[in-house]
Design a protein. Structure first.
Length: 175
């Protein structure tokens, strides 16, 4: 952990409010595996039923790959979490799994929608996805369960997995 991470964590600890905790506790749930695991299976089922099978393998590769790298990173780095978190988390801090999965899952879902929707909705999808991804990462810092560098590391892993998944789709399109 570095000085910058400590300073930001201390600032949020001093400025955290009950209302903020309530709001960001809801937002952080949108990056929680208990919501996203069933959501992933629902998305896969919908893609299958809507005959959008060409997105299934790249979507699964993106999400599973991102989670695998995150788990490996947590095991190898062993970074402890901040001490003053609102929630007690059982695993290590780096990289943030919430930030990783937000970037990977919501990013690829946005990609599917952009490829499937009319042009007039594309910017709305992009803006909504970016806002949700950024809010989930910010919620982890606000709630004191991650440092800024954890969230940035999670975004890096998630966006890298997203880029791999999109390129996999482009290189190996399957009807």
């Amino acid at each position: 952990m570095n000085y910058f991470d400590q300073q930001i964590a201390a600032w949020f600890l001093l400025h955290r409010t009950g209302a903020g905790i309530n709001i960001f506790s809801v937002i952080t749930f949108f990056g929680d595996w208990r919501l996203l695991l069933p959501a992933m299976f629902a998305i896969l089922y919908i893609l299958y039923r809507k005959n959008k099978k060409k997105f299934i393998r790249p979507f699964a590769l993106t999400v599973i790959g991102a989670e695998a790298v995150t788990l490996l990173g947590k095991i190898l780095i062993h970074r402890p979490r901040p001490l003053a978190g609102v929630f007690q988390e059982a695993d290590f801090s780096f990289p943030s799994g919430h930030a990783t999965i937000a970037a990977a899952l919501y990013g690829y879902l946005a990609y599917i929608l952009i490829k499937s929707l009319k042009n007039k909705y594309k910017w709305s999808v992009i803006i909504l996805a970016i806002a949700l991804i950024l809010l989930i990462g910010f919620s982890r810092i606000y709630l004191g369960v991650h440092y800024v560098s954890d969230v940035l590391g999670g975004y890096f892993v998630g966006l890298t997995a997203l880029a791999v998944g999109i390129n996999f789709y482009k290189i190996f399109p399957k009807k």
